[in-house]
Design a protein around this ligand. Structure first.
Ligand code: ATP
Length: 239
């Protein structure tokens, strides 16, 4: 049976100033569902995440999250509702400790609650937990990227949107990040995952959506038999 709806995007159009990039996107994600968002470079994946999280204004369309209409609201409203976007290539603070980086992510929470959530987030990333007193800048690039994901977890997302979390990571760290996606799903957290590593993304996903030229061109279950073939057609614009 289909999970209870969490995110419902309808007729979403957005872009940069006068440049229209997204042309009427409809997308639904259920509670605890993991959805991969695939598509070639420039298809509009990053732009869609920005539009959903409120970093970009919509020219039209709706973004309903739980009981709340987010279109036209401040990005902080989305975060408060549990819609958390870890942006592509997010940079952590290099001059303060790992722990302080995480505490900052929960700046608006009471101190005890913050400490508890930081510990919770660190449980997912043993490599970082072992370096919690070190400065952010002392972590490897891959570890800094994981710290950025951990900062998102401090917000206790109901839906976590990850934009190419594996970019530039070693295979071990890629598996760590995708393992976190699995663990989040097991706890009922939904994930919208933009990934270039298609097979690895599909292995942790319930469903897949593919974009091309600012439109959704494919929606399927991640375990569908002829998915590779359909994806290829979607990527090359013959679908
Ligand atoms: P990638 O995998 O390369 O990140 P993507 O699918 O995330 O690709 P977007 O980054 O969303 O694609 O880009 C979609 C379109 O929007 C592209 O044509 C891109 O040139 C354009 N675009 C992206 N950022 C801006 C910007 N700041 N100003 C103007 N146009 C932009």
């Amino acid at each position: 049976s289909a999970p209870e709806p969490l995110l419902e995007v309808a007729g979403l159009c957005s872009g940069y100033g006068k440049i229209a990039v997204l042309h009427g996107i409809d997308l639904r994600i259920g509670v605890g569902e993991v959805v991969s968002l695939l598509g070639p470079n420039g298809a509009g994946k990053t732009t869609l995440l920005r539009a959903i999280s409120g970093l970009l204004p919509l020219s039209s369309g709706r973004v309903r999250f739980g009981e709340v209409e987010l279109a036209g609201t401040d990005p902080r409203v989305a975060v408060r509702q549990g819609l958390v976007h870890v942006i592509e290539g997010h940079r952590v603070f290099t001059q303060i400790s790992v722990t302080d980086n995480l505490l900052l992510a929960g700046y608006d929470l009471p101190r005890r609650e913050r400490m508890q959530r930081v510990e919770e987030a660190l449980e997912y990333f043993p490599e970082i937990a072992a370096k919690r007193q070190d400065k952010g800048g002392a972590l490897s690039g891959g570890q800094q990227q994981m710290l950025a994901v951990a900062q998102g977890l401090v917000q206790r997302p109901r839906l976590l949107m990850l934009d190419e979390p594996s970019a530039g990571l070693s295979p071990v760290l890629v598996d760590r990040v995708l393992g976190v996606v699995r663990a989040l799903k097991a706890r009922g957290t939904a994930v919208l995952l933009v990934e270039q590593l298609i097979e690895k993304a599909l292995a942790v996903s319930d469903r897949v959506c593919a974009m091309a030229q600012g439109q959704l061109v494919l929606e399927a279950r991640a375990d569908e038999d002829d998915l590779p073939h359909r994806l290829e057609r979607a990527y090359f614009g013959q679908d």
